[in-house]
Design a protein around this ligand. Sequence first.
Ligand SMILES: [Zn+2]
Length: 320
Amino acid sequence: MRDAEAVLFAGATLDRAAHLRGDAAALAELLRRPDARTLPVWRGKPLLGPGETLGWVAVDTPFVRAFGATPIFLGLEDGAPRFAHDVSDWEDTEADAAALGRFVDPSRNRPPGLGPGLAFAELRAVMGQLAAADAGNAAAAKGILGWHRTHGFCAACGAASTVDLGGWRRTCPACGTQHFPRTDPVVIMLITHGNAVLLGRSAAWPPRMFSLLAGFVEPGETIEAAVRRETFEETAVVLGPVGYLASQPWPFPSSLMIGCRAEALGRELRVDPEELEDARWFSREEVLDGIGARHPDLLPARRGAIARFLLERWLADRLE
Ligand SMILES: [Zn+2]
């Protein structure tokens, strides 16, 4: 697909400079540089500044010194060091507790002493407003910090592991096992039959929201096999040839969405209620109406999601 890399979260601009990760002296030097900046991330929410830009702050800012865990080296931006800090130990006494648990958390959390206009925001809520580079860099920071938050203990022996390689590995001091950041492959498929596309919805989603079918790739599976299995499990639809279209980092918490296309062999559906609340065939005209908020039953996946990206290109005949 020609414009595959125009998908949201694909625009990260940082040079990851992986050759520096193992050099502790060089990393310490980079942290002390006056042009070093860090992106604080609070409970999965990156810091944003005015105009929905990323809130890069000085590494030695008091808030980061007070609440920041081990710095993670994200890379270099035009030669200047960029880090990320998990600042989840901060307690926001004014937080909207109900909003924090929602599918899309619209609330902002304003840390003290970082300057006006800076607030933590949930990436899913703002992803449609971010510039490509900011979205990509935020996805990298959120993804790697999310991995550290949930992988503090060695999966081999249970001992607490330590951060290594500038944040890109954890090592167990008890048994020596090395652990690397996880990325979980998820297939997401644009399944068509003639003029119609197959869309499904989960019970937990906002009302009327439908999206492409998707599911995790299992051990021992190819991408193509996962597309066929997930589609059949959820809807009993059998597919013809399966092809790859585009991929998207999806840090909720650590997926790589692998966008595929396939032509169904028929339209008969049998929805598995354990997996989906509903699945239907929608015509191109209906999807267009849904995007324009003119369809009574259909709100297609939100802007920024690869499902929406693929649907819009299908409508425009731009999948090649
Ligand atoms: Zn261990």
